[in-house]
Ligand binder design. Structure first.
Ligand code: SF4
Length: 519
């Protein structure tokens, strides 16, 4: 969301009681949808569509992504907005990519640097630790989420800190950090606008880059009215952003400690880099005297010179912009302050040992695979019921809990688009397919699905039976009553229509016109 120059109202406050975005050029472009159509001001409907909520979590039972996705699809305004907004990002990414002739070389280089680092991770971690310590940084190691949370709590307790401002970090989501802090009585305030919206709504981020991308303006207006006391009938983005800023800034200024993650960690310099578009990481790192950075061990790169490769790829892949507004380097504590880095494993070493899945550790969390995925775009990130959603989530989440996330690798068309856009060339769709096989081997696939797949396999491996079935289906599709195909028992028939069967199959056409015989 963008901000608007401050205006004073009669009561001296700086809120905007009425929509102020009357920039016609920004609102309409050739009469078509805007770059960020949702950001335009328009009158509210009397009853906004209710926001569909995410997957229901029932302990360790497999998350039912299909059920949650169906609820998202059943909210047409949300589904349309989500699909268009993310496709818009994908198109902008393509435009940026076409402006860089050496794009494929950059991807190859980025992939090679990551693979080299991951295969020498122990050396680079030790190099980083030594250099960071000599820069005056305190370095801690956390085996898992619980240890991470305990370490951070310990640092905060040592400083008597009772409040923490925090910039967006998927690692802390992984660690269940906010609920843990709440349980020990430390207030956490998110400084990223989207993440703050999600925090106020008690929801997880639905996207690794744009955490509240699944929400309409009217959803945000409802959340802010409930939590900040804004006008529930005013969903003007400038009004909402300003109201949030006015509520959050005093908390930021009064916070005892700040927390960031890191996008990249440079072994040779003992420094790390955080990329944001709101400058919120800089607030978290520089306003309080105590700065804690929680960093996954896979974020290492060897040299500062390698950084340029990733910086050129990251924002272009994520948002279709040449660079993030802020690319902040942290090399030591601020004057008079303290800087702690917590290096977190939380399953990464184990993943590094998985022959088919270790390259998922190359991920730089750009979200491009999510933006391009037809399943993600139409089902919303919260339908996955996991920290990571979209294609990257399908291959990471089962490494945390194969049973709980056993349905996720099936939420893909395997079209390969995710792999094509990935800036570090992860073979995402192949890993999704490999996970399906792995889950069958681990007996984590429901019996009904197993039987259906066995039957399909038997049919597809017998050409004569397959052709007979196709011929029968052609006749049946033309004559069956509609309710036989579109009913509650046939999930495939939900939200889609079977195309009319062609008069002639490709096989019979080929036989007639080319005379081939491929029985
Ligand atoms: S898997 Fe690739 S495309 Fe997806 S978020 Fe990670 S780096 Fe980006």
């Amino acid at each position: 969301m963008s901000t608007h120059p401050e205006q004073s109202n009669d009561d001296g406050s700086k809120l905007h009681p009425e929509p102020v975005a009357h920039d016609d050029d920004a609102m309409l472009r050739d009469g078509r949808r805007l770059d960020h159509a949702e950001a335009a001001s328009k009158p509210l409907r009397s009853r906004p569509e209710e926001q569909p909520r995410g997957a229901k979590i029932r302990g360790n039972r497999p998350v039912d992504q299909v059920e949650a996705a169906a609820r998202f699809i059943a909210a047409p305004e949300h589904e349309k907005m989500h699909d268009e907004r993310l496709w818009d990002l994908r198109q902008k990414r393509d435009q940026e990519m076409h402006g860089i002739p050496e794009w494929e070389e950059l991807r190859t280089l980025a992939s090679a640097i990551k693979e080299h680092t991951l295969t020498h991770l122990d050396e680079y971690l030790e190099q980083f630790e030594a250099n960071a310590r000599s820069n005056g940084i305190h370095v801690h190691w956390a085996r898992d989420a619980a240890e991470h949370n305990r370490i951070v709590h310990g640092i905060l307790s040592d400083h008597g800190a009772k409040s923490l401002i925090k910039s967006k970090s998927m690692l802390t989501e992984e660690c269940g950090f906010r609920p843990y802090m709440a349980s020990v009585g430390i207030e956490v305030i998110e400084t990223d606008l989207g993440e703050r919206i999600q925090q106020l709504d008690n929801e997880n981020p639905s996207h690794v880059v744009v955490p509240a991308v699944h929400k309409l303006r009217t959803d945000v207006a409802e959340v802010f009215a409930r939590t900040l006391g804004t006008d529930p009938g005013n969903s003007d983005v400038h009004y909402l952003a300003e109201a949030q800023r006015e509520a959050n800034r005093p908390l930021i200024l009064a916070a005892d400690a700040g927390m960031t993650g890191a996008n990249f960690v440079v072994a040779e310099t003992g420094s790390f880099v955080v990329c944001t578009n709101e400058g919120n990481a800089d607030l978290s790192a520089n306003v309080p005297k105590l700065h804690i950075a929680s960093i996954g061990i896979e974020k290492l790169i060897p040299r500062l010179g390698d950084l340029a490769v990733f910086i050129r790829l990251l924002s272009r892949s994520a948002l279709g912009s040449p660079i993030t507004q802020y690319t902040s380097h942290f090399r030591g504590p601020r004057a008079g302050g303290e800087l702690h880095v917590v290096l977190v494993d939380n399953g990464r070493s184990e993943r590094l040992g998985m022959a088919e899945f270790w390259t998922s550790l190359k991920c730089i969390r750009c979200g491009a695979c999510m933006n391009t995925c037809p399943v993600y775009r139409r089902s919303g990130g919260l339908s996955y019921g996991a920290t990571y959603s979209g294609p990257i989530g399908l291959i990471i989440d089962p490494t945390f809990n194969a049973r709980k996330y056993s349905n996720l690798p099936f939420a893909s068309t395997l079209n390969g688009s995710c792999s094509n856009v990935c800036p570090v060339k992860i073979n995402i769709h192949e890993q999704i397919y490999a996970w399906r096989r792995e889950l069958v081997n681990q007996h984590e696939v429901p019996l009904a699905k197993k039987i259906a797949m066995k039957a399909a396999g038997a049919l597809l491996s017998r050409p004569a039976a397959y052709r007979a079935a196709i011929a029968a289906a052609h006749v049946a599709l033309a004559h069956l009553p509609r309710f036989v195909i579109y009913n509650r028992l046939n999930a495939w028939g939900k939200h889609r229509e079977v195309p009319h069967p062609p008069k002639q199959t490709f096989h019979s056409w080929y036989k007639a016109n080319r005379g081939g015989n491929h029985e």
